[in-house]
Each structure stands twice: as structure tokens, then as C-alpha cells.
Design a protein around this ligand. Structure first.
Ligand code: SAM
Ligand code: SF4
Ligand code: SF4
Length: 352
């Protein structure tokens, strides 16, 4: 393991007392942890059924990070700045005993917020348990409100009912909810207004996500992207919107409120308006690879370090070294026409 020699920070108790920033001046604040690479959906833009078929080899159990390993890493990351944890996948609710992981993360000093991103079909059974374990909030993915569109999008013919029931279960459990909708031309652009109308009524924040070119199998091209501008224009024409300030540094969605009510929408415009300059996120795959950008072509194998005899101090030094060397800004580079080399990581593997 590469050891730091320049001591630009110092330790006080269990915390690192200094601002660890990357080469573009960005601190690390969020860690997104994929807890499983499997999913019960086959969303066409994420895990197309033709590729992720019955013969696809997902990670065997022994290759997944154990809860003990995840907890050890979160503790180390929390020492030098990580405050927010997002559990994702694949479908994170497929990971057995997820509530126990949440309970243990909740106890870690410095972690202020734990969220889960899910397709929600298993929330009816789990929402209450997850809330009791300490989950702070949930992001639920739903790409259409009309069954015919949703059934095609999720690739498994699942109707919206189980997802809407999952949303209701989260509400009953007292979990703050945001709904995420990926918008892709030719797939679900017809659903922008129906989704906006539906969630304006329920009062849940709906966030539209520009279709991104993550992974290698979703046939991304610029024509398939519905821009933030188009989404806003469409909604504003029928339901006038007012722009709002960001809630905090590094918030990925631009926020709007309906003029005649409190409901909000957000737009995550990673394609047409890159927000790399405030990107404070690192990602951990289910088998322990660390990625410093959603569009990375390679990661850092933390599982290997975990399963060898490295101390927490050595791991901390290594991770600080990785973060201090980070210069990723893929969306900015793409906007400037810089070509990318190598295969990107699949979204279902890295977690979004
Ligand atoms: N299965 C969970 C879910 O769908 O919420 C968690 C994992 S999923 C990979 C996380 C998020 O990534 C979802 O909101 C999904 O819609 C989004 N996503 C996947 N592929 C995407 C793409 N190509 N562009 C934009 N968002 C994408
Ligand atoms: Fe599964 Fe989520 Fe990907 Fe859909 S977006 S295939 S629910 S991981
Ligand atoms: Fe962060 Fe990479 Fe996305 Fe830019 S492209 S916002 S650096 S994850």
C-alpha cells in the first residue's frame, strides 16, 4: 500500500483535523455504497434484459463486502469528512438484513444522514423496520405513472401499484421521500406531465434525471437525452414554477416550487449542466471497489486491503492519498468534447 509521507493533516482522537480536499478543491462528504449488484427489475436504460439475462454472472456471496467490512470502511471514511451514506445497488432491499447494516452505520461517529435509493417494491415489508433501524430518508425510483409505459421501462412487466404502495409504506413509516424519474426520449418523455401532476397532488418532491451515459449497454446518445430546459418548459407552461436556492453545497438537483403550492420538483442535469465542480461523492461497489467518479473506468480495490492485514491508520492514509489525487470531472470533460478511453462501470454495479 502506498504510504503518505507529507503530513498535511493531524489526528485528534478518532478524527482527522484538517480539510482533506481533492485536486479541484472538493472535500469528500458522501459515500454511496452498493450493497448488492442484483436487481428484481431490468430497467432498459440500466440493466437491459438482453444483457442481464438468466446466464449473467452476478457476484457470488463471498465476493460481496460483509457488513463488518462495510462498517469498518464507513468508520474510516467518517474520520476524514464523510457525513452522508447512501445505500444503493442493484436493488438494496434485496440485501438480507439491510436494517442491521443501517443500525450499525447509525452508531458511527460523524455520520449525520443515511438514505436508501430503491425501486420500492419491497418497501411495504421493510419500510417500518428500516425507519426503526435509523434510516433518515428514502429515494424511490419511478419512471412512469401509466402502467403500460412503466411495465416496458422496468423490463419485468411490473405495474405501478407495488411501487405506489411502497411509497405509501414509507410515508406511513415517517420516512421523508423523494421520487426519482429518469427521462429518456422514446421511453417515457410522455410521462413528464402526468408524473408532475400526480406528485404535485401527493406533495412528494419529484426529481427528473437526465438520461446519462453510464455503463456500456444502454445505447446512450445525445438524442435520447431530454434536457433540463425542455422538462422545465413543459411543466412551467401548465403549472408555473419558481426557482429555489440549493439546500446545501453540492446539492445535485436544481430546485423549483409550484407557484400555487408547496410541492417541489428537482432536475438533475448531469448531461446539459455539469455539476462536477461541487462533486463531493465517492462510490463503493458491492465487492469493495472505490470509484471517485460515476464515469470512472477503474477503481481502487479496498476489499483486498480489508482482507489483508492493514491497520485502520494505513487504510486512512491510503484513502486520503486517493482523494487528494482525485481530478475527475467527467461531465465537464464530455461537454468540452474530450474523448473517454476504456469501459465505464455499469450503473447497477456502482449504484448511481
Ligand atoms: N435499484 C435502485 C433504484 O432503481 O432506485 C437503486 C439503484 S439505481 C442504479 C439508482 C438510480 O440510478 C435510479 O434512480 C436509476 O433510475 C438511476 N439510473 C440508472 N441508470 C441511469 C442512467 N443511465 N441515467 C440516469 N439515471 C440512471
Ligand atoms: Fe434495478 Fe434500479 Fe437499475 Fe432499475 S435502475 S434495473 S431498479 S438497479
Ligand atoms: Fe462527480 Fe464524476 Fe458526476 Fe462529475 S461526472 S458530478 S465528478 S461523479
Amino acid at each position: 500500500m502506498k504510504k503518505r509521507t507529507d503530513n498535511t493533516y493531524f489526528r485528534r482522537g478518532d478524527r482527522i483535523e484538517s480539510h482533506i480536499i481533492d485536486r479541484l478543491g472538493r472535500p469528500i462528504k458522501d459515500l454511496r455504497i452498493s450493497v448488492i449488484d442484483k436487481c428484481n427489475f431490468r430497467c432498459t436504460y440500466c440493466m437491459p434484459a438482453e444483457i442481464f439475462g438468466p446466464d449473467y454472472s452476478f457476484l457470488p456471496k463471498e465476493e460481496l463486502l460483509s457488513f463488518d467490512e462495510i462498517i469498518r470502511l464507513v468508520r474510516i471514511f467518517a474520520r476524514f469528512g464523510v457525513e452522508k451514506i447512501r445505500l444503493t445497488g442493484g436493488e438494496p432491499l434485496l440485501r438480507k438484513d439491510l436494517d442491521q447494516l443501517i443500525r450499525r452505520i447509525k452508531e458511527i461517529d460523524g455520520i449525520k444522514d443515511i438514505a436508501v435509493t430503491t425501486n420500492a417494491v419491497m418497501l411495504v415489508k421493510q419500510a417500518q423496520k428500516l425507519k426503526e433501524a435509523g434510516l433518515d430518508r428514502v429515494n424511490i425510483s419511478l419512471d412512469a405513472i401509466e402502467d403500460e409505459v412503466f411495465q416496458k421501462t422496468n423490463g419485468r412487466g411490473v405495474k405501478t401499484k407495488p411501487v405506489l404502495e411502497g411509497i405509501e409504506a414509507a410515508r406511513q413509516a415517517g420516512l421523508p421521500i423523494k421520487i426519482n424519474m429518469v427521462v429518456k426520449n422514446g421511453m417515457n418523455e410522455s410521462q413528464i406531465l402526468p408524473m408532475a401532476r400526480y406528485f404535485k397532488e401527493t406533495g412528494d418532491t419529484l426529481r427528473f434525471i437526465e438520461f446519462m451515459e453510464v455503463g456500456n449497454h444502454n445505447g446512450w446518445n445525445m438524442d435520447a437525452v431530454v434536457s433540463k430546459k425542455k422538462i422545465i418548459e413543459q411543466i412551467h407552461e401548465e403549472m408555473p414554477l419558481v426557482a429555489l436556492d440549493a439546500n446545501y453545497y453540492g446539492e445535485v438537483a436544481s430546485r423549483y416550487r409550484y407557484e400555487d403550492g408547496d410541492a417541489e420538483i428537482g432536475i438533475i442535469s448531469s448531461v446539459t449542466e455539469a455539476f462536477c465542480s461541487s462533486c463531493t461523492r465517492a462510490r463503493l461497489s458491492a465487492d469493495g471497489q472505490l470509484y471517485t467518479c460515476l464515469f470512472a473506468t477503474s477503481g481502487y480495490d479496498l476489499r483486498d486491503f480489508l482482507r489483508k492485514d492493514y491497520s485502520d491508520e494505513e487504510m486512512t492514509d491510503y484513502l486520503i492519498h486517493v482523494w487528494e489525487g482525485r481530478a475527475d470531472q467527467y461531465s465537464v470533460d464530455r461537454a468540452q468534447g474530450k474523448p473517454m478511453k476504456g469501459n465505464k462501470i455499469e450503473m447497477s454495479y456502482i449504484g448511481g
